[in-house]
Design a protein around this ligand. Structure first.
Ligand code: SF4
Length: 355
């Protein structure tokens, strides 16, 4: 990040502090893939003293979607004749045998949409065809899937379903809390959920700062995190108060609570995390593609050479994977972390490695 004469004095002080920090070594996990990419894009890693290490975490929804989920989506398209609607990032994520892109090449009707409601609208326009939206994501995207179901009920649709793999961030915090000294919490997630989860983490002795997404917000949050860490007492700070409130978004939470309930969920490379997923309630099973088409359970098989599991848990850097940048590139990805625009491997590749 280039300093310029318009930079505010507090921001300049925060940068100086991060550059010259010489206290205890501190590891900070930016759980969220959007943070990972913004930190690289803004050149923030170059500003940090060698005593500060950033670790990428499992907060990219595409990266943690297991191969078995892709297998079920492929089966919907190829075996059940369902038109599968998905965000573009999922198209090239490997399943056990093929990706959705390959399924399309084999005649499956797989379409890229920008929102769940686009899929619901397609279903309304083509009542003769069955549609399924691939509902992946964290607290930020789950409400829009629920809204699509809400509209499908309003429109009296019988040809629209979700294939759910929605996940919740607090489960990731719990699973990762021993891999880091503190968290950079994702501001957009807590704009929905509020601050109860980060307060609970503090009560468990886990510290973190809720951060926004601009360069200034990220630098400020990192400076607060490092400074408070030096005090040696578990803490949380909401450094994104213009968006994140104590209570979050009651409307979004109510919408999700109406249609979905917690469930155990499988995370690619990490395994089963109890109560870390969201699925449709039984009362809405007619909108659940897995129920409606009796899709078999199964977690699928990952490429054994891929280290996504270790990358997602902060146990290794993308560059430590032997396939990074040679066999595995954004054009020819081997694992989900290189496919997704929020994936850590993609960020390291695009922005040139650790620094
Ligand atoms: S570089 Fe590729 S193969 Fe290695 S961990 Fe990342 S996505 Fe997986």
């Amino acid at each position: 990040m280039k300093q310029n004469h318009q930079m505010s004095a507090p921001l300049r002080r925060a940068i100086d502090f991060l550059k010259t920090y010489d206290g205890p070594e501190v590891r900070i996990m930016e759980v969220c893939g959007t943070h990972t990419h913004e930190i690289f894009k803004q050149g923030i890693r170059q500003l940090l003293s060698p005593k500060i290490t950033l670790i990428s975490g499992p907060g990219c929804p595409v990266c943690v979607t297991p191969a078995g989920y892709i297998d079920r989506a492929v089966a919907l398209a190829l075996d059940h004749g369902v038109t599968v609607c998905t965000f573009g990032d999922l198209m090239r994520v490997p399943g056990t045998e093929m990706s959705l892109s390959m399924a399309r090449g084999r005649g499956g009707d797989v379409r890229v949409v920008y929102a769940p409601e686009d899929a619901e609208k397609l279903a309304a326009e083509h009542p003769e065809k069955p549609f399924a939206f691939l509902s992946v994501g964290f607290e930020t995207t789950t409400p829009s899937s629920c809204l699509a179901v809400d509209h499908a009920i309003r429109d009296g649709l019988d040809n629209f379903t979700l294939l759910t793999a929605n996940k919740t961030m607090p489960a990731a915090y719990e699973a990762m809390k021993n891999s880091t000294d503190l968290f950079l919490y994702p501001g957009h997630v807590h704009a929905i959920t509020g601050l109860a989860d980060v307060k609970k983490m503090q009560q468990e002795g886990v510290s973190g700062v809720v951060a926004g997404f601009t360069a200034g917000e990220l630098i400020t949050a990192l400076a607060i995190a490092v400074k408070k860490y030096g005090e040696g007492v578990p803490f949380y700070v909401n450094a994104y108060p213009r968006v994140v409130t104590d209570e979050g978004s009651p409307e979004a939470k109510q919408l999700v609570a109406k249609y979905m309930e917690p469930c155990d969920a499988w995370w690619r490379g990490i395994g089963m995390l109890p109560d870390s997923g969201m699925r449709l309630k039984k009362a809405y099973a007619r909108f659940d593609a897995a129920e409606r088409y009796a899709l078999p359970e199964g977690n699928g098989k990952d490429n054994p050479g891929c280290h996504c599991g270790d990358v997602l848990q902060g146990r290794c850097r993308p560059e430590d994977c032997p396939l990074f940048g040679t066999v595995c590139t954004p054009v020819h990805p081997t694992g989900a972390c290189m496919v997704s625009s929020e994936g850590a491997c993609s960020a390291y590749y695009l922005y040139g490695g650790e620094k």
